[in-house]
Ligand binder design. Sequence first.
Ligand code: CS2
Length: 497
Amino acid sequence: MKSLHPDTIDQAASAVRRFGYDRSRLATGIVHLGLGAFHRAHQALYTEAAIARGDLRWGVAGVHLRGRRMADALAAQGLLYSVTERGAGEPATRIVGALRAAWFAPEQLATVLAALADPGVAVVTTTVTEKGYAPRPADGALDFQDPDIAHDLAHPEAPRSTLGLLAAGIAARAADAPLTLLCCDNMASNGDSLRRLLLQYAEAVNPALARRIDAEIAFPNTMVDRIVPAATPESLDWAASRLGLRDEAALVCEPFSQWVIEDRFAAARPEWEAGGALFTSDVRPFQALKLSLLNGSHSALAYLGQLRGRETVAEAMADAPLAAFVRRLMVDDLLPGLERPAGLDVPGYCRALIERFENPALGHRTRQIASDGSQKVPVRWLPALRRAAGTERPWLERALAAWLHYLCEERDEAGRALVIADPGAPMLAARLRAAGSARAAVAAALDALGMADSGAALSDRLARHLATLRNGGTTALFGRGIDASAATPPQPGGILP
Ligand code: CS2
């Protein structure tokens, strides 16, 4: 089978949608850091829609920070790739033309820095995962111990970290070239967080640069949402069979996509409305709702799913007690106290989430979602626990205990070793294991999460859940509140089907 390339694009299967604009006239208006699956199946498609309206300023120069494999694969395909939406209906495949470059920063640093400084580039978007900004999980301040940050502070002209790259790029920009940095990662107030962390970094490098960033750069907050599993050999084969061409960068994702953006740009921006983006003056309620209900539930499915041997989210949702647990978690524990975005049908939103999780076509790995828990848990679960202000949140507290148990055990309930990908995990797991009792383990965890003063009652309950997990596993943890034999899950609050 031939490979996807500008020379072969005409041979793609007839049902595949292609771009209609003249790609040779595309300029580079956006630099994107973190050219992973999520960007390519989310922001890039909104940009594609803006370009398709005829504004050819907005081609995307993508930057890989960690591995060069995908940069090479994209380069070999003339920077073309496909995205297939798979849900209940007929799958829809399209070939995306918006990419103008796929660089690997460690080897093309000068090119990347020149692009960040280019006055034609008005927007820099980022998806580098939570840990890519080097926040300390306990308080969100910059982690000066992070090895890449420490490196960049010693060598600011040869940066490795996201913050180091941004600072060096901005330092090289002309004063009259306004720039917007748009953080598209799953963090609360992600634009504000990026701004705070970048200012902390710049302050340590050069206070004058920090003042410039403070005065000149815009950092809108954004809420991004689309489930885009990492590609697998199977998903690549499946995509090739639809496309009629081999595409090593092919992505398969859900049909749902949402992007809510704070309308606060330093200068021009693409007309992302063309792809359905919503511009608003306040993103926070959308963000809080999504991080809590979607990502918070996802993480619970991931840790409990990992412990119960469920490889994918759809398998976890087919595990009746686990699915019932997650419904209750969502409605009883994560939802209370959340500000509801005006006009949003919250029960409908919850029902749609359940359906999205059940999508059997995605093969979204619980292991992938379980990664980086020490960064994700504080964002996804702790706000609801703090809002509870001492009131018991039975399901959320059980989920938290399950995460700690997962970190300590590193095995599922059938005794199989689990792979835990989280740079923050070894230290936390060592503290948990060194603790002489469940109570001491909980104290260590709450301390690491910046929740040391959350009261004895919560600590007691968490210690009890940990002990239950050790003695009886997740089924014992679920307890009587979840009917393990239930074919139809309970209907908490009447919200969910
Ligand atoms: C997931 C997210 O991997 C994870 O942690 O929870 O990537 C999730 O799929 C997206 O945020 C959905 O918008």
